[in-house]
Design a protein around this ligand. Structure first.
Ligand code: SF4
Ligand code: SF4
Length: 297
């Protein structure tokens, strides 16, 4: 039976497509964006996060961990990642909500009842479900199966993708996808490589393919000062000619994810400079002047 590796499910999402939606976050991403605000979605493997500020030193984790990865010492709580076999036992036992296992295998049969729970809200708001990540299209067979089931149950479907995936992955989900949310981080290839570790050629080609297929697509531009903040005009030029692009949504960079990097034992790559309100207004004005600001559908 097909299984997806999921790290979160967010109900009542209002920024992941039209109306009220439930968003499913898939683990694993082929890009390494410096500003990533979901670092728990980068690795293709499950990870245990330890939020030290929430730990009350109760020792429940050490009591249940047969691998010896959790220890309470005179110096405080020690979590040893090398010893951990990611069984999730300590997450269930933790009294302080200080431990979260990101990345759980789920079947379509397990996910569908959760996704159908809010159908009345989707129906009243023009919403539905969104597959996101990480990069959901790195698990294309599972996504196609999930989207197919969602369509059979009368749900509107959206796929939120970075576009850095094989064309075959897009072809698989296309018949069951009503709308794409598509990240464009930079048009200048060298800027893209510097910020994400990968070329953008495949991403731009895949967007042409999706547009030619006739599917509605919302472009998302994460605006990060000092990284890709000079790319707005090129993005407006590039997407301006597409027939089925509904608009560009500017996503202002924030650094709220700092504690997540720490809790996962990952190197924090978040840039230091935050955008100010005036900058964002002027970028949105630019897209508006090209009739590309986010349109409500
Ligand atoms: S996930 Fe399992 S092995 Fe890892 S620390 Fe927790 S209880 Fe121990
Ligand atoms: S169970 Fe949770 S709160 Fe208790 S010591 Fe372990 S991490 Fe801390």
């Amino acid at each position: 039976m097909l299984k997806g590796l999921i790290f979160d499910i967010k109900r009542f999402a209002v920024h992941d497509g039209n109306g009220i939606r439930t968003t499913v976050f898939f683990k694993g991403c082929p890009l390494k964006c410096l500003w990533c605000h979901n670092p728990e979605g980068i690795s293709f493997k499950p990870q245990l996060a330890f939020y030290e500020n929430k730990c009350i030193n109760c020792g429940e984790c050490a009591a249940v961990c047969s691998a010896g990865a959790q220890k309470i010492t005179a110096a405080g709580h020690i979590y040893n990642r090398e010893e951990c076999v990611l069984c999730g036992g300590c997450e269930r036992a933790c009294l302080g909500n200080a431990l979260t296992l990101y990345g759980k295998e789920m079947t379509v049969e397990e996910l569908m009842p959760i996704l159908l729970e809010d159908k009345p809200f989707y129906d009243n708001s023009g919403g539905g479900i969104t597959l996101s990540g990480g990069e959901c299209l790195c698990q294309p067979d599972f996504c196609a199966e999930l989207l197919k089931n969602a369509k059979e149950n009368g749900l509107n479907t959206a796929v939120d993708t970075c576009g850095f995936v094989p064309r075959a992955a897009i072809e698989k989900v296309m018949p069951f996808t009503d709308m794409f949310l598509y990240d464009i981080k930079a048009i200048d290839e060298s800027v893209h490589i510097k910020c994400t570790g990968q070329s953008n050629r495949r991403i731009l080609e895949n967007l042409k393919y999706i547009d030619a297929s006739g599917k509605k697509t919302e472009i998302r531009y994460p605006y990060v000062p000092g990284c890709n903040s000079g790319e707005a005009e090129s993005i407006a030029d590039f997407v301006g000619g597409f027939k089925n692009v509904t608009g560009v949504r500017v996503l202002p960079y924030h650094n709220y994810a700092g504690s997540k990097y720490l809790s996962l034992g990952m190197k924090n790559t978040l840039p230091g400079k935050l955008p100010d309100g005036e900058e964002i207004k002027s970028i949105e004005k630019l897209f508006k002047s090209c009739s590309l600001s986010k349109k409500v559908q």
